[in-house]
Write a protein that binds this ligand. Structure first.
Ligand code: EPU
Length: 420
């Protein structure tokens, strides 16, 4: 058990270097199962969801080692067609990618139902529909999913009812070795989807259209391992941008692809915050004076649901009223009760939160209810008067690499203490 202690009030100044994108690294790591050999992946973030994925792969016979500079060597030659341990897969959402990868390589998969951050119901019906269209027989028993494609997967057209990131990635993973053409319509367009396609294409796949809403995957006879660099994490970058805006100061958020952050940049500018955009970094400058805005989450290139809690925290300090609607995960408002402990005035009705900004916020003891909620509490604590203690650090460590160290380097008074 750990706690984050933040003594609020310091501005943020300096440079922060963003790590690789967790939500791209996860499908890529599982997709390595398909190419049966030694891959080298650069810019893999050092976060616990990645560690858990690697444990799952090791339990199935893969071997990995961390190299210098955040690189990961992952050898999937020895992967066996077995059931992955339930205690691992049930802890993370990314383990759904195991289904596509095992089906693609072995024509069968047995995987415990995935867990992940709790935003309410997180169905996988679109994944199941897609695997079915590719010729797999899918059934559920004892909390596990079983998929069998006796004569191998066959390409097909799949219309996703929702532009799901996970289902799009899973169809790409399952489709690359299928017989014939797979077309995913209403596909997710997130940068992680493009990263996965680039990785698979470097391994010999034939995927076109990633980043648009129609992705075409022509099955190939086999893939080879490769060396690949994961793109920077747009959500980590956005989190630091919002942190700087909230606490004040001037921060260069470096090692990023600024286009991925266009929506976040636009929304920050709408609040009155200055964001200067350069080739591979942005500078956020703030005198802590900004106004309330209206936000609605939407699949990329819309406003990312993974940035909504951080903006909620910031908008507690804005002048005027803000509203944030999350139509992707309406169960994502659990952090609101924690922010109220600091003095925030937020009311939630359905999938919309109304935030009355500008009230005095003071440090409090709070609990991170999920990964991005944890980041939001830290952001709120940066600008509050007094000391905040945040438990649930393990959620934050799922997706942020050395958040405390990076914030400390920018001037924040923050430490992680172990309660054991
Ligand atoms: N959905 C369905 N059926 C499905 C799949 C999804 O109804 O079969 C619904 C979901 O319930 C949700 C919407 O579709 O309402 C979008 O879900 P999506 O499948 O796109 O999300 P995901 O793949 O489960 C990934 C990220 C999340 C991120 C979402 C949305 C990973 C491992 N997770 O989840 O990241 O919020 O896309 O962008 O890539 C995070 O990093 O904090 C995080 C939660």
């Amino acid at each position: 058990m750990k706690k984050i202690i933040v003594r609020g009030g310091n501005p943020l100044n300096g440079d922060v270097y963003i790590s690789g994108m967790k939500n791209a690294a996860l499908p890529i790591i599982f997709a390595c199962i398909l190419n049966r050999g030694k891959n080298v992946l650069y810019n893999v973030p050092d976060v616990s969801d990645i560690d858990l994925s690697l444990e799952i792969l090791e339990s199935l016979g893969a071997k990995h080692r961390r190299l210098a500079d955040g690189a990961l060597e992952l050898d999937t030659e020895g992967v066996r067609s077995e059931t992955a341990p339930y205690e691992f897969v049930s802890k993370m959402r990314g383990s759904t990618y195991l289904i596509g990868a095992m089906l693609g390589r072995f024509g069968e998969a047995r995987v415990g139902l995935p867990g992940g951050c709790d935003f309410g119901d997180r169905p996988i019906d679109q994944h199941v529909k897609g695997f079915g269209a590719l010729g797999a027989k899918v059934s559920f028993e004892d909390g596990s999913l079983r998929a069998d494609a006796g004569n191998g997967l066959r390409g097909n057209s799949i219309y996703l009812d929702i532009a799901s990131v996970g289902a799009t990635a899973n169809m790409m993973i399952a489709g690359v070795l299928a017989n014939g053409l797979t077309v995913v319509m209403n596909a997710a367009r997130e940068p992680h989807i493009v990263d996965l396609a680039n990785f698979l294409n470097m391994c010999g796949a034939d995927i076109r259209g990633a980043g648009t809403n129609t992705v075409k995957i022509r099955g190939v006879g086999g893939l080879h391992p490769c060396t690949y660099t994961i793109s920077p994490d747009m959500i980590e970058a956005g989190t630091f941008m919002v942190a700087a805006a909230t606490a004040g100061g001037s921060v260069n958020v470096r090692n990023i692809i600024p286009e991925h952050l266009d929506t976040i940049t636009a929304k920050l500018r709408e609040t009155g915050i200055s964001v200067d955009v350069f080739d591979d970094y942005v500078t956020v400058s703030s005198d802590k004076r900004f106004r309330g805005v209206t936000i609605k989450t939407w699949p990329y290139p819309g406003f990312a649901t993974d940035m909504h809690p951080q903006f909620s925290a910031m908008l507690c300090y804005a002048s005027g009223v803000s509203t944030i609607s999350d139509v992707i995960f309406d169960g994502r408002f659990k952090y609101v009760n924690e922010l109220k402990k600091m003095g925030a005035d937020i009311s939630v009705s359905g999938y919309t939160a109304s935030i009355m900004g500008g009230l005095p916020m003071r440090g409090a003891a709070m609990h991170a209810t999920d990964l991005r909620a944890g980041a939001a509490l830290v952001i709120a604590a940066l600008a509050a008067k007094g000391v905040s203690e945040i438990s649930g650090v393990e959620y934050i460590e799922r997706g942020y690499s050395e958040l405390d160290k990076k914030l400390r380097a920018l001037g924040v008074d923050i430490e992680i203490v172990s309660l054991d």
